[in-house]
Design a protein around this ligand. Structure first.
Ligand code: MRU
Length: 337
């Protein structure tokens, strides 16, 4: 299954949005053509596409579809709200809907401007992930073992990915590295997607169950941690896939550096701290079933928060396309730049 992930994860074609259906990976490489704003928003909600960057690009294109389909400002605003209600934690989603709306709404050729703006979000992610990858690769020494959580690769943000970008660059630089891939229940983005991406690039890795990271930290097997982010508050607290927080605490306890890799568009300076970030809660069915097979006691209820907050004090650095910041300096640095 050979494919250039830097180009194929999401693209616009004749006012349609063509995506890889990530719910089918790694077993099947299936493409979906999303013909209108509603279908694109639904695909975001169903997680046919996912990862904050890809969600952002899709939301930008969904807005562009709204500009093509709808004539009044009121209707376009309704569509914007519909898109924004799909996945509330991903900052890139709101960044994209607002950027496309504000850039296009008062222009005479608003439809073209909306599509061009959506294209520019994709292009700037590609550029950002390349810079972040190079910066992050400087932290990887030969024979390093790296832990990552969820999927923050090429499927999750266009170009080189976020957390996986440093690993891809280190691999290109012929550094030998090994990746511990958290399986990432309940939707198994690590076991299904990160493992698949790394296998495409022949990068040595092993999937571990979510509970196993502590074992490997304690044995001194992990040299560095890279994760992505769905939203970064002004004080440097980070929302990312559920389970990230406990990995950060384990990293600090075991003196292992813990880095967050994310483009500037994931930073939400209006949100002062992590406790103000809205956490998406998903269906209990995702916890109780795997591939539609019930694995839990049928009558029990289940809780399913999709993200958690890692306080800034556990984070060694936040790598963006503008540099590698100490999280407590994030706000000051951003205000200066
Ligand atoms: O629920 P998902 O699969 O969209 O969650 C994805 C993550 O948590 C990623 O780590 C995050 O989006 C950063 S990757 C750009």
């Amino acid at each position: 299954m050979e494919i250039d992930l830097t180009k194929e994860v999401i693209r616009a074609e004749n006012k349609n949005v063509v995506i890889i259906n990530q719910t089918k990976l790694p077993h099947k490489l299936e493409f979906l053509t999303l013909k209108n704003c509603k279908e694109t928003a639904q695909a975001i909600k169903n997680m046919n596409l996912r990862g904050a960057g890809t969600v952002g690009v899709a939301s930008g294109y969904a807005m562009a579809q709204a500009f093509s389909e709808l004539k009044s400002k009121e209707k376009i605003l309704e569509a914007k709200e519909f898109i924004e209600n799909t996945r509330p934690t991903a900052q890139n989603l709101f960044y994209a809907t607002n950027l496309v709306y504000k850039t296009a709404i008062d222009e005479t050729n608003s439809e073209k401007i909306a599509w061009d703006t959506a294209d520019s979000i994709l292009a700037s992610d590609i550029e950002a992930t390349s810079i972040m990858g190079k910066l992050g690769a400087e932290l990887i020494e030969d024979n390093y073992s790296i832990l990552t959580h969820c999927n923050a690769g090429k499927l999750a943000i266009q170009g080189y990915g976020s957390a996986l970008a440093p690993i891809y660059y280190a691999h290109e630089q012929k550094k030998n590295c090994f990746v511990y891939v958290d399986e990432t229940r309940p939707r198994l983005q690590g076991a299904r997607l990160t493992a698949w991406e790394l296998a495409q690039e022949n990068i040595d890795h092993a999937i571990i169950v979510d509970n196993a990271a502590g074992y490997y930290f304690q044995k001194g097997k992990i040299d560095i941690v890279f994760v992505g982010a769905d939203r970064i508050a002004g004080n440097g607290d980070v929302a990312n896939k559920i389970g990230t927080y406990e990995k950060a605490v384990l990293a600090k306890e075991n003196d292992v550096p813990f880095y967050v890799v994310a483009p500037q568009s994931t930073i939400d300076t209006k949100t002062k701290s992590g406790s103000d970030i809205i956490i998406e809660h998903r269906s209990q069915d995702e916890v109780k079933n795997i591939n539609s097979n019930l694995i839990a006691n049928e009558k029990s209820k289940a809780f399913n928060p999709a993200f958690d907050i890692t306080p800034a004090k556990y984070i060694t650095g936040i790598i963006t396309e503008n540099g590698n910041y100490k999280p407590d300096n994030l706000y000051n640095n951003l205000c200066e730049s």
